[in-house]
Ligand binder design. Structure first.
Ligand SMILES: [Zn+2]
Length: 435
């Protein structure tokens, strides 16, 4: 039996409402849920089949209208990522979009962002990506002062705006914040006006935290929320939340944790995959969606007094790579160069490229950005040693020649491949057959 946390009954009731709308009004869900009878209880709910990323990708608008419960009118269409060719889009009515922004604005208010703040919106604009526009709605809802700078503004201009308006809060994605911090360090600039940095879209690694503290001084680093373009805000942080902890907005989202190996819902404290049903999106429903994150729900309430339960995230399902039968996490990779960050220009933005070369041998290349790649090179051997210490399988594989190429390379700031839509650095490129 799934842990029935605060708000559970109301969530279930709303979720069943979304389910009924979907089943009655959308062609796709009508077919998907054919044969399912009335859903009235949690036991019934457990029979509702899960929704996969591929299902959304293949059936969402504009590919087909099958997933919609209404006509295409009074809506906004935004990109939810993916590279060219497999780009995905999300449709929301303007009301639903407004609700997404309202819930997100509340998350920032909990952390003390207020009317007096001057907020630099450094999200990525263009390409139908929702974050910059969303930033506008959120800042407006809070009533703070908005600096709509965006991530595409060049850095000299950006520094000029910062000097002119002295923002107190920054909103952006970690890949850009790291790049920005590297550039400021290189130029010897500091901005003491900034008291809080809110990030979204990616995790902020320990390495990146260190770098941002070095650049901005005693700044509060907070996730603007645990969000996705399909589902909106799935978690918000209070002041006592640990870095990977989020309160679940129970009136907006029904989150289940599911163990797909054992095919059963997880108890409180048990790690599983995050499954999301959005309670505010009816026009294109998201029901029991496997979002691809791992986590668990805490049994105990947060000490801040907020009764909304806490979800603890444990990384992406599938972002780690398999090596020699074991899983290597990106956190392990990050650890191996964390001590060198900001020395000789070394950045926290990196990329791992794994490939199969001749005779089934493997090549492993860790590329790290640096403002002074040549100077950074003196750390190559140290980082290689750290990698072999952290992942002993690397050492064995290099010794026996299974890993034929084992390299650490420093490349220029901003040169690693980014997603053209989201601007995020691709941390892992695994080109091996079948992976
Ligand atoms: Zn709390």
């Amino acid at each position: 039996m799934f842990f029935e946390h605060y708000g559970f009954d109301k969530q279930l009731e709303k979720a069943i409402g979304v389910f009924n709308e979907a089943k009655n009004k959308s062609e796709y869900f009508k077919e998907k849920y054919e044969g399912l009878g009335e859903i009235g209880s949690y036991e019934d709910w457990l029979k509702v089949p899960f929704l996969s990323r591929d299902e959304i990708r293949n059936n969402a608008y504009p590919h087909t209208k099958a997933m919609l419960t209404r006509n295409v009118e009074d809506m906004i269409i935004v990109s939810t990522g993916g590279t060219s060719g497999v780009a995905r889009f999300s449709t929301l009515t303007h009301d639903e979009w407004g609700r997404f922004a309202f819930v997100q604005a509340n998350a920032l208010k909990v952390l003390g962002v207020n009317k007096k703040d001057i907020v630099a919106n450094l999200f990525v604009a263009g390409n139908m990506w929702p974050s910059f526009l969303g930033g506008h709605e959120i800042i407006k809802e809070i009533g703070a002062v908005h600096l709509p700078i965006s991530a595409i503004t060049d850095f000299d201009k950006l520094i000029y705006y910062f000097e002119l308006f002295k923002p107190t809060v920054l909103l952006s994605i970690p890949s850009l914040l790291i790049y920005f911090a590297d550039t400021l360090l290189k130029k010897g600039k500091r901005f003491d006006s900034v008291r809080m940095i809110q990030f979204a879209g990616e995790n902020l690694s320990d390495n990146a935290r260190k770098l941002l503290k070095e650049t901005f001084g005693d700044v509060e680093l907070r996730a603007a929320g645990y969000t996705s373009a399909d589902c909106g805000l799935m978690g918000y942080q209070c002041r006592v939340c640990a870095a990977s902890e989020y309160h679940i907005p129970t009136d907006f989202q029904f989150i289940e944790i599911y163990d797909f190996e054992k095919d059963k819902p997880c108890e409180a404290g048990e790690l599983g995959e995050v499954v999301v049903t959005n309670l505010g999106r009816i026009s294109a429903p998201v029901i029991r969606y496997r979002i691809g994150d791992m986590g668990y729900i805490k049994k105990a309430n947060c000490s801040c007094g907020d009764k909304n339960p806490l979800i603890v995230l444990k990384g992406r399902a599938g972002e780690d790579f398999k090596f020699g039968g074991a899983y290597v996490s990106m956190v392990q990779i990050e650890k191996c160069f964390s001590e060198f960050i900001s020395k000789s220009g070394i950045s926290a933005n990196y990329q791992v490229i794994i490939d199969e070369i001749d005779d089934g041998k493997t090549s492993f290349i860790l590329k790290i950005e640096s403002s002074e790649p040549q100077k950074s090179e003196k750390y190559v051997d140290l980082i290689k040693e750290n990698l072999k210490d952290e992942v002993p399988l690397f050492k064995e594989a290099v010794d026996v020649g299974f890993i034929k190429v084992f390299e650490v390379e420093f490349v220029k700031l901003g040169s690693l491949e980014r997603s053209p839509i989201t601007g995020k650095v691709k941390r892992l490129i695994d080109k091996r057959f079948g992976s």
